[in-house]
Design a binder for this molecule. Structure first.
Ligand code: GAP
Length: 437
């Protein structure tokens, strides 16, 4: 049976993957806290991304920039002026909504007249007494230092991308990579979303994994196609997503971000419907040219050997960790007749093995199980120990958290040295020597 959002949310809560942020105080909308299992899954997704895009490639390098940046960053990038969503208020109940999200077929650039003509009903009270649409800037403001006035205003970054662009020159001046090359970054981004929703899909605090891929201007199209193909390979082969749930959407000009000349959104069939999983945008030289103008520093790249000099153009693959994690959970969740299974790919499962003694009140079994546990932990680190309840309950629990193999030490182990290995997906059991695991 296909996964329903409420089932995934319930499993995440029950098993310690994800809880509402500040749960104990009644929550904080648009924020989520990751528990022991969730953080393990999140870290594995982020590490697999880094491994695939940075460590195993010759043309990619990493950076890790500060979250609070000089506010001139956001002037130059256009975020101060244009990083805004269409906000509309219901005149009857005063609920505030993102206009393009409360009915199908409304674009982000919808005007008040177009919106009112559609006769959309307020999702809260059902009335149609809408005020004018106004642009709501989504950047979170803060003050830096002890003085609380206009001169100290700063922002929490709404995208990690600008921390890459502002370090482009540092990278070229220090390691001078050949063009094309990419700079990758993972980290938190903050958006004061009007309506956070769909569990971890639209958050006010999220984690992004972004690459700015710098290319010679005339080569942008071939690099765009190549990166698009590679994104699909990463999503299906490394993240284990079903190909059939992934769709490319060519974004129309009116809906593209202010910096983009071409964007393909990679959409995913989430339990509540199709939503953007990630974007691939051709940002031209928009960012580097703006930084060059605002900072007065030259952003040109000089092709090695005294070649041409130009401001590189940029292709940007950008993905949110939470959206990717939700896609992974959507594909992995299976409700079977007697059990729930999280069939996570082995490289992403929080625990690779779970080791148990058949009975916890038999010291000889516990001792042998501890030996096997210690041996596996040396090799794999992420190995669970479980001696709670009976063996059936342990299997059900490990199925739900996605542990691919459960290893049980029983009385036969004491006789012939073999252990039971039970497979999560098939529930089949075989006996092997621990050294063969
Ligand atoms: N640097 C480009 C950029 O930030 P974006 O389309 O606004 O582009 C990129 O965001 C990706 O970041 C999205 O495709 C999504 O995966 C993720 N993302 C954006 N806003 C998010 C939010 N409020 N909550 C969770 N993920 C979000």
């Amino acid at each position: 049976m296909a996964a329903k959002m409420e089932d995934i949310v319930s499993l995440c809560k029950r098993r310690g993957f994800i809880w509402q942020g500040s749960d104990v105080y009644g929550g904080m909308a648009g924020t989520w806290d990751f528990g022991p299992l969730g953080v393990a899954l999140k870290r594995k997704i982020m590490d697999a991304w880094w491994d695939y895009w940075v460590d195993s490639r010759e043309d990619m390098y990493g950076v890790d920039a500060a979250i609070i940046m000089n506010p001139r960053t956001w002037q130059a990038s256009g975020h101060t002026a244009t990083f805004a969503d269409p906000l509309v208020e219901c005149g009857a109940c005063h609920g505030r909504f993102r206009a393009d999200k409360i009915a199908d077929g409304i674009s982000e650039s919808v005007t008040t007249e177009e919106f009112k003509a559609l006769n959309v009903k307020c999702p809260t009270c059902g009335k149609t007494e809408w005020g004018d649409i106004r642009k709501f800037n989504m950047m979170f403001q803060t003050h830096v230092g002890p003085v609380d006035d206009d001169s100290s205003i700063a922002y929490l970054r709404p995208e990690t991308a600008q921390g890459i662009f502002t370090n482009y020159k540092n990278v070229v001046d220090t390691i001078y990579p050949d063009l094309p090359f990419g700079l990758a970054q993972q980290g938190k981004a903050f958006r004061n979303e009007i309506s956070p929703r769909d569990f971890i899909l639209r958050d006010r605090e999220c984690s992004q994994m972004e690459i700015e891929y710098f290319v010679a201007p005339e080569t942008w199209e071939e690099n765009f196609e190549k990166l698009l193909k590679e994104q699909h390979e990463f999503l299906t082969e490394v993240m284990g997503l079903d190909e059939s749930k992934i769709h490319n959407l060519e974004v129309a000009e009116a809906d593209r971000a202010h910096y983009s000349k071409r964007t393909v959104d990679i959409m995913f069939d989430y339990p509540n419907g199709q939503e953007e999983l990630m974007g691939l945008a051709y940002r031209t030289d928009f960012d580097l040219a703006n930084i060059q103008r605002e900072s007065g520093k030259n952003m040109e790249y000089i092709v090695k050997g005294g070649g041409a000099r130009f401001v590189p153009h940029v292709i940007e693959p950008s993905i949110g960790v939470e959206r990717l994690l939700l896609a992974v959970l959507t594909c992995a969740y299976r409700q079977e007749e007697n059990r729930i299974v999280l069939a996570l790919p082995e490289n992403l499962a929080p625990y690779r093995f779970c080791v148990s003694p058949l009975l916890k009140n038999k010291p000889e079994l516990v001792e042998k199980a501890r030996e096997v546990y210690a041996m596996l932990r040396k090799k794999y680190q992420n190995v669970a120990w479980d001696d709670s309840g009976n063996i059936g309950k342990r299997y059900l629990k490990q199925d739900e958290i996605g542990t691919p193999k459960c290893i049980v030490i029983d009385f036969d182990t004491l006789e012939d040295g073999t252990v039971t290995v039970r497979d999560r997906d098939t529930t089949e059991q075989i006996r092997v020597k621990p050294e063969e695991l």
